[in-house]
Write a protein that binds this ligand. Structure first.
Ligand code: GUN
Length: 280
């Protein structure tokens, strides 16, 4: 039977460690503070932002909340970011994505001081990851590395296949696995013979955004399967990119949805906030 990788337990352990670190910093007179900006009132974004602020409160990080109207202009948003860049007491800045269509996300990400880029989305953060320098790392892929390590799964020398090539998950995931000495392949929507490629994987990471796309035909017996997807199925229940019931019986370890990768993203955001002062 497959080991079920418990993202809730791992994220709780990381948050406990961070709580201790935040308390220690406080004793040294350092208060961590995350500025969270949301433009518009997309309900899913409001839930994510709410959870991030709750996690801050739990760990002992101050949060500043900026809830801006949908009509906010790009210049107004950039002005706010520049103001926050200049505030000594603000350790991290997070602009919740997606942004309304009239705002260029790339320009907004570039406006954030790379020393406060706790999402790890700034080109300087991505470039540093690419050449193996310590800067902020995108939270979901960083969380997956923690899940693997803390579940006793060795990465070095393993065949790692990442399905999906987004800037936020697929690409940084591949770079992190490479940093851990995995042998890495990135597959995507134009990959030929996808099943042949995914079946090579000792560690298969799936971030395609299509419910239950990965069935057992894509998975080698004994593989470790990490599912980044989150969707509602026909019965309004949460499911991932992996058909869990079909795949779990043939793999050695698998993340469930919910309770796998999801809780790790916020834990790693909190980690980036606590580490922020070391990145200036
Ligand atoms: N929207 C969905 N995921 C994320 C994330 O990790 N960070 C930000 N800023 N926006 C998101």
């Amino acid at each position: 039977m497959a080991q079920i990788i418990d993202g809730k337990a791992v994220s709780a352990a990381i948050k406990e460690e961070l709580k201790g670190k935040a308390a220690q910093l406080k004793q040294e007179g350092i208060q961590i503070c995350l500025a969270v900006i949301q433009v518009g009132d997309d309900p899913a974004s409001s839930v994510y932002v709410g959870n991030k602020k709750k996690a801050c409160a739990y760990i002992g990080i101050d949060s500043l909340s900026y809830e801006l109207p949908e009509e906010t202009t790009q210049d107004e948003l950039i002005n706010l970011i520049e103001e926050l860049n200049g505030k000594e007491e603000v350790s991290g800045i997070l602009v919740q994505l997606p942004l309304p269509a009239h705002i260029d996300e790339d320009k907004i990400i570039r406006a954030i001081d790379p020393g406060k880029d706790v999402d790890g989305f700034h080109p300087q953060s991505v470039g540093a990851l690419c050449i193996g320098q310590p800067r902020f790392v995108s939270c979901t892929p960083a969380g997956i590395i923690q899940l693997l390590k803390r579940s006793g799964i060795e990465i070095a020398g393993k065949e790692c296949v990442v399905v999906g090539r987004s800037n936020i998950v697929g690409k940084p995931m591949a770079l992190l696995l490479l940093r851990e000495n995995g042998t890495v392949t990135i597959a995507h929507s134009k990959t030929k013979n996808l099943q042949e490629v995914t079946k090579r994987a000792d560690i298969l990471i799936v971030a395609v955004g299509r419910p239950k796309m990965i069935t057992r035909e894509y998975v080698k017996e004994g593989a470790v399967v990490i599912d980044v997807g989150i969707h509602r199925n026909e019965n309004n229940k949460l499911c991932g990119d992996v058909d869990y019931d079909d795949v779990a019986p043939i793999c050695s370890a698998i993340t469930p949805v919910p309770g796998g990768v999801g809780p790790m993203t916020i834990a790693m955001l909190m980690h980036n906030c606590v580490e922020a002062l070391t990145k200036r």
